[in-house]
Design a protein around this ligand. Structure first.
Ligand SMILES: NC(=O)c1ccc[n+]([C@@H]2O[C@H](COP(=O)([O-])OP(=O)(O)OC[C@H]3O[C@@H](n4cnc5c(N)ncnc54)[C@H](O)[C@@H]3O)[C@@H](O)[C@H]2O)c1
Length: 317
């Protein structure tokens, strides 16, 4: 089976490529390398260095493929507030082009990288797939719009699709050619930033008076290897027309102080940090209910925060 991995030179997409290859899949990649890195492309993989917004490049990338894992997109919440049109264009319009070209080439299976940002500030945690979706930023709104678009495409044209709503993805994978890890610029994710913290430039803890056990925000993290395992299971589940949505997280959370403590334990030194005021729009607690992925995909994450932090640390060495 040949799978098109869009965004296959990015953090999560490059990890998917590596794991799919070890599982015997043939791979094509579509990525414009706006955020990814061409040096992650393994030998023997078909690489189209092109954009989701270019119809002929998308059609070229899809040629000969049987299924799509769609990771490509813009994913910085802050940037999406500044440039909502760019986010709508790349994420929503780009996915429309991808779905249209899949239909042209009779490709009916897609696994899509959705996000917990579709839910916004939940009234109840853990968050279920049936919880209200009221995104609080344009990034989350684009992911929700794509989920709706895929639902409509499945109803109208019989594709078989899974949207995977990731919470926070972390960790890294060692490939033969080196570590596949977060190499974002700017880096907005907590774990790499905690590990890069210095006394001159300490990581900020935003809010220490939240209604949580230690006053700091709680988030749900999933190791990138566990995440790709869920993608494989989701791909295997496809066949019948329809669209299923699954949350992917650990089902429990870690406070910011607990992440700093795990990083301090991994490095053997206290990570410098500075307590700072709350950021506007940050919910206190975001935790996934992952019972649907457990029961319907037989998926269970197995890597904890210590593994996520230590793998990220090794990848930075
Ligand atoms: N990292 C997380 O914690 C997280 C959480 C929830 C959802 N997601 C989603 O998972 C997906 C992958 O995330 P990531 O962390 O690997 O991000 P990433 O930025 O590392 O990867 C995205 C890839 O898409 C490519 N891309 C961007 N615009 C493109 C375009 N117009 N045409 C072709 N390629 C384009 C980039 O070059 C990059 O390689 C994204 O869709 C993101 O929204 C990530």
């Amino acid at each position: 089976m040949r799978v098109l991995v869009t965004g296959g030179t990015g953090y999560i997409g490059s990890t998917a490529v590596e794991i799919l290859l070890t599982q015997g899949f043939e791979i094509s990649i579509l990525d414009d390398c706006s955020m990814g890195h061409a040096d992650t492309v393994p030998a023997g993989v078909r690489f189209v260095n092109g954009s989701l917004l270019n119809v002929s490049e998308v059609a070229d990338a899809l040629t000969g493929c049987d299924a799509v894992m769609h990771f490509a997109g813009k994913s910085l919440v802050g940037e999406s507030v500044e440039k909502p049109d760019l986010y709508h264009s790349v994420n929503v319009d780009g996915t429309r082009i991808l779905l249209d070209q899949m239909r042209e080439q009779l490709i009916t299976k897609i696994v899509f990288s959705s996000s917990a940002a579709t839910y916004g500030e939940p009234k109840v945690v853990p968050i279920l797939e049936t919880s209200e979706t009221i995104p609080t930023n344009p990034y989350g709104a684009t992911k929700l719009a794509i989920d709706h678009m895929i639902t409509a495409e499945a109803a109208a044209h019989g594709i078989s699709a899974a949207s995977l709503r990731y919470f926070n993805v972390a960790g890294a994978l060692k490939a033969k050619r080196g570590w596949l890890a977060e190499r974002h610029n700017p880096e907005t994710h907590l774990i790499p930033n905690v590990l890069r913290s210095t006394t001159d430039n300490p990581v900020k803890i935003f809010g220490t008076d939240w209604p949580t056990h230690d006053g700091t925000c709680i988030r749900d993290y999933v190791h990138v290897i566990d995440l790709i395992d869920a993608h494989l299971k989701a791909l295997q589940s496809l066949g019948k027309p329809g669209h299923e949505i699954y949350n992917l997280g650990s089902g429990s959370g870690y406070s910011v102080r607990e992440v700093v403590a795990a990083a301090s334990a991994a490095t053997g030194q206290q990570i410098p940090f500075i307590d700072s005021p709350r950021r506007a729009g940050d919910p206190a607690v975001l935790i996934a209910d992952i019972s649907k992925a457990k029961s319907k995909l037989a998926w269970e994450p197995s890597r904890d925060m210590n593994t996520m932090v230590s793998d990220t640390l090794k990848s930075m060495a």
